[in-house]
Design a protein around this ligand. Structure first.
Ligand code: GDP
Ligand code: MN
Length: 346
């Protein structure tokens, strides 16, 4: 009946994406979470949500990464929570430390100034290592070697709706490489020279920039300036091959050499988004609607009533910020893709 209209394989007209049939075959995919031991009780609700809403039907593995060894409590709780195999990895020191070309005094001076300026995480060393790690290293961890796809999960998130299809199969069968839910604007003071550095990279490595790209999502003036739009990377369902590509490796190395992770406070979200926008074709992106998501700060709740009911969403559509204007960027994303907005938000 009408109730299970979206449960069967079908093509979604808004994004022209095919929802796959479950053929019982699992993709080479995993959940991946970077966390500390002290994040345990903030993470357990996230893992439980993802398991209950999705993974209990698919049993994908879950890779937990930490710059220190996980303790027994963390490992036993997460192993009990996950329906696939839970794996626990330690991050190699060289992926979580200052490169030798960084001037420590200069970096410390910046942190002091950013603290005075009230910039969020402005004085934090560990946050900078985290952003650099999520940009340049998580996909190189040996525990991820066997996978092609990942879903990033963070502490304190919520999933509001049932997911009736294999998200990784959807990515693969539709030739998608990067999937997101919310897109927002970056705080400019954390990335003063990121765009200038990116433009220099594009000049030196023009062969890496796709002719048919998603520049319209990240720039309002054809690439002269960055408009601060990025996909909120605390939720990502994406291809590991994207980050393993020579284009991205050279881009990351170029950014890392410039020192901006430590002399500024570059986030992994704008870096992932800029890279994907330059190195992928517009058709390789996917907006995950129908899932319903919260991470401290913002909420996404499906605007289509039929989808909310069918997926048993527990969110109030009045709280939805997906389609907000100016600060939020998903309207711009739809424009850049040349897609028509869902009729509820037109
Ligand atoms: P926010 O979402 O930008 O406020 O940052 P979070 O505090 O959520 O950190 C982003 C991700 O990195 C989360 O998955 C955290 O658990 C993880 N994380 C942040 N800092 C550290 C750290 O120092 N060590 C480890 N192992 N994980 C961290
Ligand atoms: Mn977070």
């Amino acid at each position: 009946g009408a109730k299970d209209k979206f449960l069967k394989p079908h093509t979604d007209k808004v994004q022209n994406v095919f929802y796959p049939e479950d053929d019982g075959v699992r993709e080479k995919a995993c959940m991946v979470t970077l966390a500390r031991n002290k994040d345990l009780w903030h993470l357990v609700t996230s893992v439980r949500d993802v398991e209950d809403r999705f993974n209990k039907n698919y049993h994908y593995d879950w890779v937990f990464l930490n710059d220190e060894p996980f303790n027994e409590e963390f490992k036993s709780v997460m192993t009990a929570m996950v329906s696939g195999t839970a794996k626990f990895g330690v991050i190699p020191k060289e992926h979580w430390s200052f490169p030798d070309w960084i001037d420590q005094d200069k970096a410390a001076e910046v942190r002091k100034q950013m603290k005075e300026d009230g910039i969020i995480y402005g004085d934090s060393v560990s946050y900078r290592h985290m952003c650099r790690y999520e940009s340049g290293f998580f996909w190189r961890h040996e525990l991820l070697d066997e996978y092609e796809w990942y879903w990033r999960v963070e502490p304190d998130i919520k999933l509001f709706c049932d997911i009736h299809y294999d998200v990784f199969k959807l990515m693969k069968q539709n030739n998608k490489k990067y999937g997101f839910i919310l897109s927002v604007s970056e705080y400019e003071k954390t990335i003063p020279t990121l765009w200038e550095t990116t433009k220099n990279f594009m000049k030196e490595y023009p062969q890496h920039v796709k002719e048919n790209n998603l520049m319209k999502f990240i720039s309002n003036d054809g690439g002269k300036t960055y408009n601060m739009c990025h996909f909120w990377s605390n939720f990502e369902i994406a291809s590991l091959e994207l980050w393993r590509s020579p284009a991205y490796r050279e881009y990351f190395d170029y950014l890392d050499r410039s020192g901006g992770f430590f002399y500024e406070r570059w986030g992994d979200a704008p870096i992932h988004s800029i890279a994907a926008a330059l190195f992928l074709e517009p058709e390789e992106f996917h907006f995950f609607d129908g899932i319903g998501y919260y991470h401290p700060g913002f909420t996404s709740c499906p605007v289509e009533e039929a989808i909310r009911l069918q997926n048993r969403c527990t969110c109030d559509p009045g709280d939805d910020q997906t389609w907000g204007d100016s600060y939020f960027c998903t309207r711009k994303y739809f424009g850049a893709r040349g897609l028509k907005l869902p009729k509820e938000v037109r």
